[in-house]
Write a protein that binds this ligand. Structure first.
Ligand code: NOJ
Length: 820
C-alpha cells in the first residue's frame, strides 16, 4: 500500500517558515478513508482520454470589453518578441505574482496577490470572514459588499489582481483542506457567491480570479511527487469526471464567474481525466473559452505548468510565478525554470509557437487591465509588502522594482464594522433548547476551551497552535491580523456591563484530566448561569483534513462540561463540516457555528449570544450523523506503484452532499440549508408564473452568439415564483426562504431528487409580512444533455418546493414547461 506518508509534498505552501514537508500518516485519523478504485467501476472520464479541443479560441472583438480589446491589441502590436515573452511569464518581485513593467510603453507592470479572505502578504489590511462563512449568510448583498471592501484594500495596496474568489474545491468531500476558502458544495449557492464576489472585486477596480479551475477537490497529491534527482515518481492525482457531472456541478459556479466578466481563471494543479489542469484543452479551450465564451486570461496555479507548447495550445495564457525562487524554497528543492519565458522566444523563432496565439495570450492578459481602467493611474505597490512575500524576497529579484508611495498604508477603513456585521449574520444557530439564547444578562459565565482566548504564538497570523482562537485557516487563504478580537475578550467586555463574573478554563487537557466524578462533585466557584464551550477545527492548503471531529479533544470537552453544567452552549470555529456527536446531549442547550469569522470574531459572536443580532445563518452543507455517512471519499492511498496511478473517480456523479443524502433517504443530523432564529417564520401562498404567458418554451435554448457565461438564452428568466413570508414570533429577524426544484421523471437517471435553484434573505419585524420572489432561469430548469451537448429542459411536470431548509419544504407547486 502506497500512502503519501513518506513522500515529499510537492506543493506550494505558503508560510515563511515552510520547508519541504512530509505528509502525516492518514492512519492517525479517526475516520480518514483509504480508497481504491473497485475493479468493476466504469471509468467515466476515460483516464488518459481527455477529449482534445484545438485550436485555442482567440479573444473576440466586440462585446462589453470591445474598447479594452482594441487597446490591448494596439499595445501588443508595439511589443518586441522578448517583451511578449515577459508579458506571459511571471517574475520574481514584490508581489506573489509579478509582470514586469515596460517603461518605454508606460506600462507599469502587474501585481498579483492572494487571497480569498484578505490580502495575505500585507500589513494593515483587514482579515475578512472566510468564504464558507459568508456563504452561510445566504445574503447576496453581503457577499457583494465583502468583496467590494476587500477589493478596495487590494487596490489601495497596489494589487491589480486578487487571486480570489475560490470555488475549487467546491466541497465534493468534507475532508478537503481548502473547502473553507470557497463557499459550498452546492453549485447554485456557490454560483451566486462567485458572481457577487467577482462583481464586488471588479467594481473596486481590481481584477478577480476564479480559482482553482477545475475539479481541484483534494490536496493530497495535488502536485506530482519527485525523486531526489527530480524525475517524477508519481504524477498528480487525476480527477476523472464525466461531462454531465462537470456541467451540472463543478463548472456551474465557474460559469457564473465568467458571466460576471471575471478577469482571470487560475487553472488547477491536479490532472483532469489524465491530463494536467493547465494543459487540458477540453476544460480550457473547450468548456471555458468556447462554451462559456471567456474573454480574459488563464493563469497557472503556482508551478502548475508542466509544458510549454502543449499548455499554450491547450489554452494557458500566463505562467505563474514564472521563476524558480519559491520552488526551491518550499518544494522539493528541484530547480525549476519556466516553460514560458525564454522558451517562448525560442518557440516563436523555430516555429513551434504560433505568433497569433502568443498575441492572443497577451491580448487576453491586458484586456481586463484596460476594461477596469487600471492603465489610468493605479496606486503603487506598497513597499511594506516586500518582506512579507517570502516567495521572492529582494535578493532573488533579477531586476530592481521601483517601489514608490507611502509604506505601511493602512487600508482598512471601517471594514471592521462590516466584518463584525457579516460574521454575525453568518453565524448559524443549530439548537436552542428552551430558548437558552439569547443570554439574559447572566450574572455568572464560565468559558471553556482553547479556542476562546487570545492567540498565544506570535503574530496574529493563524497556525495550528493549541491555544488561541481560530479565525481563519492556513495557506494562501490566510491573512495577517492587525488585531483579532477573541471571544473571551468580547465576553468579558460585555459581561462587565451586567456586572457578571466571568471565569475561564482554557486548557482542554487540564479540564479533561480532572477525574469526571471529582469535577461533578466540585461545584464551580460560582455556579455559572451559562457554560460557553469554544471548539476549533484547523484546515489549511496543501493538506486535507484527517478527521471531521473538532480538534484538541473538542468532543470530549463538551461531554465533560455538559456532565455538570445544565446550560452548556457550544460554539465552533472551524473550516466546515464537523460531526457533532454531543448535539443531542440534554445539557447542551445551544449550538452556534461561526466558521472562520475573521478579525472581529468575539464581537460578532457576542452580538449573537446577547441577541443584539438575531442569528440568520444557514448551513451551506449537510451535517451527517457519522463521518462514514458521507460519500465521495478522497484518495489517500493507492495499491500500485505506477507513475500514473493516483486516480480519483467522481463516480458519485451528481450525488454530493444533500443530493446524495436525499437520493438515498439517509437521515442526517442537520440538513443543508438549516438554521434557527430567535424568532419564528411561516410561509404561505406559493405561486409560480411564466414570465411571458404567451411564449412557447422549447426544450433547447435558442442558439444565440456566446457571451461570457455562455449562450445568453441560458440566463433568461422563464418563470418567477413568489411566496409570502411571515415573522410569526416576537423579535425582528431575517428569514432565508429557499427554492428547490424536482425535475420531471423524463430527466435522465441520476438527477438528484431536489436541487437548490433560488434563495433570498428577508428581514422582517415581529408580526411583519413580506414577499420573496425567485427568478428561475433557463439553466435552472435544464439538465446537461451529453448527446446533443446542450442544456435541455425536460418534458413533464416540475415540482418546486419552498421552505427554510432542504428538508423543511412546506410549500409546493407543480408546472410543465415544455409541451410533450
Ligand atoms: C498556490 C495556491 O493554490 C493558490 O491558491 C495561490 O493563489 C498561489 N499558490 C499563490 O500563492
Amino acid at each position: 500500500m502506497i500512502t503519501p506518508k513518506t513522500l515529499l509534498l510537492s506543493a506550494v505552501a505558503l508560510t515563511s517558515t515552510t520547508t519541504a514537508q512530509v505528509y502525516q500518516t492518514p492512519g492517525r485519523s479517526k475516520d480518514a478513508y483509504s480508497y481504491t478504485q473497485p475493479e468493476d467501476t466504469v471509468i467515466l472520464g476515460q483516464y488518459g482520454h481527455s477529449e482534445p479541443v484545438y485550436p485555442s479560441p482567440p479573444a473576440r472583438d466586440g462585446g462589453a470589453w470591445e474598447q479594452a480589446v482594441k487597446k490591448a491589441k494596439a499595445f501588443v502590436s508595439e511589443l518586441t518578441l522578448e517583451e511578449k515573452a515577459l508579458m506571459v511569464t511571471g517574475q520574481a518581485g514584490p508581489c506573489v505574482g509579478n509582470i514586469y513593467p515596460i517603461e518605454r510603453l508606460n506600462f507599469t507592470g502587474l501585481c498579483f496577490q492572494d487571497g480569498p479572505a484578505s490580502l495575505r502578504t500585507a500589513d494593515f489590511v483587514s482579515v475578512f470572514e472566510a468564504g464558507v462563512t459568508i456563504a452561510s449568510s445566504w445574503d447576496k448583498t453581503m457577499m457583494y459588499n465583502r468583496a467590494l471592501a476587500m477589493g478596495r484594500e487590494f487596490r489601495a495596496k497596489g494589487a491589480h489582481i486578487a487571486l480570489a474568489p475560490a470555488v475549487g474545491p467546491m466541497g465534493r468531500s468534507a475532508y478537503s483542506g481548502r473547502n473553507w476558502e470557497g463557499f459550498s458544495p452546492d453549485p447554485y449557492l456557490s454560483g451566486v457567491a462567485m458572481e457577487e464576489s467577482v462583481l464586488g472585486f471588479q467594481d473596486a477596480g481590481v481584477q478577480a480570479t476564479a480559482k482553482h479551475y477545475i475539479f481541484n477537490e483534494q490536496e493530497i497529491l495535488r502536485n506530482p511527487v519527485r525523486y531526489e534527482n527530480g524525475t517524477v515518481q508519481y504524477e498528480a492525482i487525476s480527477s476523472n469526471v464525466d461531462d454531465r457531472t462537470a456541467h451540472e456541478l463543478y463548472l456551474w459556479p465557474f460559469a457564473n464567474a465568467a458571466r460576471a466578466h471575471v478577469a482571470a481563471f487560475m487553472c488547477s494543479y491536479q490532472r483532469i481525466n489524465g491530463s494536467y489542469g493547465c494543459q487540458n484543452s477540453k476544460t480550457l479551450n473547450g468548456y471555458l473559452k468556447t462554451e462559456l465564451g471567456f474573454q480574459g486570461y488563464v493563469m497557472s496555479d503556482w508551478y502548475g505548468t508542466h509544458s510549454g507548447v502543449a499548455s499554450i495550445e491547450a489554452g494557458l495564457d500566463l505562467d505563474m510565478p514564472g521563476h524558480i525562487i519559491g520552488r526551491a524554497l518550499i518544494d522539493d528543492g528541484q530547480a525549476y525554470s519556466s516553460y514560458f519565458g525564454g522558451n517562448i522566444t525560442v518557440g516563436v523563432n523555430n516555429g513551434t509557437i504560433d505568433t497569433d496565439r502568443l498575441d492572443d495570450m497577451i491580448t487576453r492578459v491586458l484586456t481586463p487591465y484596460y476594461a477596469l481602467h487600471q492603465d489610468e493611474g493605479y496606486p503603487s505597490v506598497d513597499p511594506s509588502i516586500v518582506p512579507l512575500n517570502t516567495f521572492s524576497l529582494p535578493n532573488t529579484w533579477l531586476r530592481e522594482w521601483n517601489l514608490t508611495g507611502p509604506s505601511r498604508r493602512d487600508v482598512r477603513d471601517n471594514h471592521g464594522d462590516l466584518i463584525r456585521k457579516h460574521a454575525a449574520a453568518s453565524t448559524i444557530l443549530l439548537k436552542n433548547k428552551d430558548k437558552a439564547l439569547p443570554l439574559k444578562a447572566p450574572k455568572s459565565i464560565a468559558v471553556f476551551g482553547n479556542d476562546a482566548g487570545e492567540v498565544t504564538e506570535g503574530p496574529l497570523n493563524q497556525a495550528q497552535f493549541e491555544f488561541g482562537t481560530q479565525a481563519i485557516g492556513g495557506g494562501s487563504g490566510a491573512g495577517l491580523f492587525t488585531y483579532l478580537v477573541s471571544p473571551l475578550e468580547a465576553i468579558k467586555a460585555r459581561g462587565r456591563q451586567d456586572g457578571a463574573l466571568v471565569e475561564f478554563w482554557l486548557n482542554n487537557t487540564l479540564v479533561l484530566n480532572r477525574d469526571a466524578s471529582a469535577w461533578a462533585q466540585t461545584p464551580l466557584p460560582n455556579k455559572p448561569d451559562v457554560c460557553l464551550v469554544f471548539l476549533k477545527g484547523w484546515a489549511a492548503e496543501a493538506a486535507d483534513r484527517e478527521s471531521l471531529h473538532l480538534d484538541w479533544s473538542g468532543d470530549e470537552l463538551v461531554e465533560s462540561v455538559a456532565s455538570t453544567c445544565n446550560n452548556t452552549v457550544v460554539v465552533t470555529h472551524s473550516s466546515g463540516i464537523n460531526v457533532l456527536p454531543w448535539a443531542e446531549h440534554p445539557n447542551v442547550t445551544a449550538i452556534l457555528l461561526a466558521h472562520y469569522p475573521g478579525q472581529e470574531s468575539g464581537n460578532s459572536l457576542v452580538d449573537v449570544l446577547y441577541g443584539d443580532v438575531n442569528p440568520s445563518g444557514h448551513l451551506p452543507y449537510t451535517i451527517a450523523y457519522n463521518a462514514t455517512d458521507y460519500n465521495a471519499p478522497l484518495v489517500t492511498a493507492i495499491n500500485t506503484t505506477g507513475k500514473d496511478d493516483w486516480q480519483s473517480y467522481f463516480n458519485e456523479k451528481l450525488e454530493t452532499d444533500y443530493r446524495y443524502f436525499d437520493a438515498h433517504d439517509i437521515d442526517v443530523r442537520y440538513e443543508f440549508g438549516f438554521g434557527l432564529s430567535y424568532t419564528t417564520f411561516a410561509l404561505s401562498d406559493l405561486s409560480v408564473a411564466k414570465l411571458d404567458e404567451k411564449a412557447d418554451i422549447n426544450s433547447q435554448p435558442e442558439e444565440r452568439s456566446v457571451e461570457p457565461g455562455g449562450n445568453p438564452a441560458l440566463w433568461e428568466v422563464l418563470y418567477t415564483a413568489k411566496v409570502a413570508v411571515h415573522n410569526s414570533g416576537d423579535v425582528r429577524g431575517s428569514a432565508v426562504p429557499q427554492l428547490y426544484v424536482s425535475f420531471p421523471a423524463s430527466t435522465p437517471s441520476g438527477t438528484p431528487p431536489r436541487q437548490l435553484r433560488g434563495f433570498d434573505k428577508k428581514e422582517l419585524g415581529p408580526g411583519e409580512r413580506g414577499t420573496v420572489t425567485f427568478n428561475l432561469m433557463r439553466r435552472d430548469l435544464s439538465y446537461w444533455d451529453v448527446n446533443t451537448q446542450k442544456w435541455l429542459i425536460p418534458t413533464g411536470e416540475f415540482t418546486i418546493h419552498v421552505g427554510f431548509s432542504s428538508r423543511d419544504l412546506p410549500e409546493q407547486k407543480t408546472f410543465t414547461v415544455v409541451k410533450e
